[in-house]
Design a protein around this ligand. Sequence first.
Ligand code: SAH
Ligand code: SF4
Ligand code: F3S
Length: 437
Amino acid sequence: MAGRKLFIKTYGCQMNVYDSERMAEALAPEGYTPVETPDEADLILLNTCHIREKAAEKVYSDIGRLRPLKAGRPGLRIAVTGCVAQAEGEEILRRAPAVDLVVGPQSYHRLPALLREGGRAVATDFPAEDKFDHLPRSRARSAPAAFLTVQEGCDKFCAFCVVPYTRGAETSRPADRVLREAQDLVARGAREITLLGQNVNAYHGAGSDGADWSLARLIRALARIDGLARIRYTTSHPCDMADDLIAAHGEVDRLMPYLHLPVQSGSDRILRAMNRRHTAADYLRLVERLRAARPDLMLSSDFIVGFPGETEADFEATLALVEAVGFGMAFSFRYSPRPGTPAFERPEVPQEVADDRLQRLQALLTRQQRAAQAAMVGRELEVLFEKPGRLPGQMAGKTGYLHAVHAQAPGLAPGAIRRVRITAAGPNSLAGELVAA
Ligand code: SAH
Ligand code: SF4
Ligand code: F3S
């Protein structure tokens, strides 16, 4: 029973990172301890992502690479979990004989029982019970910056996106459970918590008072937890940016001045074709209201270029929106047709056209990102230090704007928050020096 080794590879979004940690905790009572490489593992979990074709195909090539390992170690078991597991189910067992278990994101609390039963199995139903109620509590020390899933699933059905199918309908965890988990994380060393949800600002969890709590109300309650210095949340949909949440950005000090607010496109025609349910002007108005509440708010976003039907004029509208907003950071992707989504069958923009647009967009976004980093030089900012840096005596952490910072801080413990004067901006991080208290 004891002494079994568990290797987890995590693909995709932050919720998968959170889920991987929960799965490791669920398997600890079974005698599994995490290891850093697959070579000596008794159990390998591939916690997968289905968002783009490349992500999903990578899983199969990784399984291919594990096959010889399995041939040499008959006791080794391989499980595919996460969104590819949910989307492809049985197909994975057919296509990859090395795989023993296929477990969807809503069923991972069943992993210990499935492993005990032995054999090959698929668990991809959306069970009525809440997986979070079936997971053991961790006693391990938390990282200074922790994740906490509060909402899962999506009812938005953007025409390009697999998430409503892989994660299911929107559900919110009850507020008291979230508060308890947050208190527990803080007791175990967390100073910052990022609330996670596929559509986190659609959160409406049952409160202990019988009322439905909004995300803003949850954030205000979290802000009263002693020792919790920083709160963030991600990812949000523009249509669910409620008035009380916008107000919270101006009123709750512990809510960090950084918001990831995907817009996808700046063209109303394309936004409509994507079923995004808002216009470019709606988005700009929203940004204006957020900045009125919190003038130093740093915005980041996601973009898709080459969505079916996108013309040069549509693309230029995206560039214009980026110019108008000024993002601190952004992710941009070439459209990837996903089976089962409404846009799958639509005629595609030629690849070289899409690639050219992606490059132009990324050049503009990189310029904005560099400018935002350069604007930090000379400022004094609070930094949450998370881990040792690369050089002796150096510590690495993050500002409230989510910029990585490194500074000489010999002897400083992870989890410390210090004032830092930013002295230089590099491509990936800022350099700074501690300000004497
Ligand atoms: N729930 C979030 C994020 C979903 S996935 C949201 O609503 O924004 C993260 C990002 O991946 C999306 O914002 C989108 O930009 C990108 N994405 C999703 N499906 C895609 C596809 N089929 N092709 C390319 N990019 C995609
Ligand atoms: Fe996907 Fe759209 Fe839902 Fe985001 S809001 S998860 S992009 S369907
Ligand atoms: Fe990928 Fe699933 Fe997250 S598809 S982005 S792992 S919700």
